[in-house]
Design a protein around this ligand. Sequence first.
Ligand SMILES: [Zn+2]
Length: 559
Amino acid sequence: MSYQVLARKWRPKTFEDMVGQSHVLQALTNALDNDRLHHAYLFTGTRGVGKTTLARILAKCLNCEQGVSSTPCGECSACVSIDEGRFVDLIEVDAASRAKVDETRDLMDNVQYAPSVGRYKVYLIDEVHMFSGHSFNALLKTLEEPPPHVKFLLATTESKKIPVTILSRCLQFNLKHLSAEQIETQLEKVLESEAVESDAISRSLISKSADGSLRDALSLLDQAIAYGDGRLQEAQVRTMLGTIDSLELNELLEALVSGDAQAVLRCTDHMAEHNPDYDSVLVELLSILQRIAICQIVDSDDIEQDEMINALSHRISKEDVQLYYQVGIMGRKDLPVAPDPRTGFEMTLIRMLAFRPAGVATPEAREAIARPTTNKTAKIKPEEIKTVETGQTHSEKLWGNKAVNTESVQAEAPQPDVTEKNAESEGTSKVSAEVTGNWQSIIDEMALVGLVKELAGHCALKEHSKDKVHLVLSPDKEHLLNQTQKDRLANALEMRFGRGIQLKISIEEPDAETPAQKKAREERERQQAAESSLKGDDNVRAMEEMFGATLDEKSIRPV
Ligand SMILES: [Zn+2]
């Protein structure tokens, strides 16, 4: 006998063989066994989840010579010929290729004739959403008054494209995406009975890349077995799928966790030799990050984790895991529009490092800073903070300092002026109008509420350095200042910049506009603009002249 592809060979022949979809199977079984059959069924779901397979089994249930039931015998001539695809009363239509009006009309004209051998004439219309408007009309007419000997089984990947008039006449079942575990279990079963050697990692890789479709999983399995010369081996499966060796991924994560940009780029260089599918590498990276995140919130004794995940979970902060995950997700979105996949992948990794909160690498150091200090003079010793000099950090941007680039990026980019940078960040820079604008954005980012927001809004930034902030508050707003609000503001600043900040607020007239003053001025300007535009409005003037009306200036509101 010639070789039959696995997807074909393992196509389920009974409801029991079906993987997943128990909610649909239960409903169909009940309907069949209690003789409560509908005349039209619509199966929806993504490709490869078993829509047409289910429809064919249903056709057997309806036509088995042993009688209508949820367990067709599989041996009678009706069952056998349906399995072999040559049952005359099962009419399979691929709507994608038969969208023409005439053909559909012919099809529907034949509906009225009784089945030639079976109990029911079963129309299985696949991809029914591809029908034209005319074809849908022809179908609708039949569905409105279906002959008793006819059953319609419709299948589609896009139920939204089907007219409601059709939908309302069908019993609709949504077939679910299969989980990777469900697919993996089925693969194990297939491999065992096909007597093919395999390992757990290969099975898991194939299950995941099948993306919920058992048919795809079995096709991949076929390929992988051919690739591995009758066996399923991790190395071959990875090459075939374009995924990366888990060791290389570990190395990459290791480099990311230690904030070593050069090592990260060395890893990508090495990966590029295998010409991997960068999207699936990102997916694997994301799935490891997710496992690390779980390891961090659940007691590690409760879950089975490999040592690598466990070790990494102690070395990387929860915030960084979340950040890397988020950047990775965005990176996947950007990948199709990147100049080429490798560039997109590298940029994603560089972004992970660049957006890391300034200066803090280890969770221990971060914790030391986040710990609320009752004594504001207690400061973190500089050596406790391991700085990661990668890209321009957000806080540096806000303070207007020059960025330090990663070494590798430096090679191409113009050298930043190091002396200037040091002078600026270590010394104290004077207030300028521009810094007031920045103070506003710092306030916005701290998401302050209530009194402390009021206080911050009425302050102007006088001086600042890396760990000191000096604000001034006008004497007529002095009532806003008390120790509680000052402590709250200091805490918010520390949270915002991820390091100890010494806050000083002095009472004197600010020489720059405070955010509150700026807001008030802008409001005044908008009000004036609204008033003058209304006063100059022809319609308003006409009303004043014709009806002796006067403009109530207090009622004017800018829009
Ligand atoms: Zn039968």
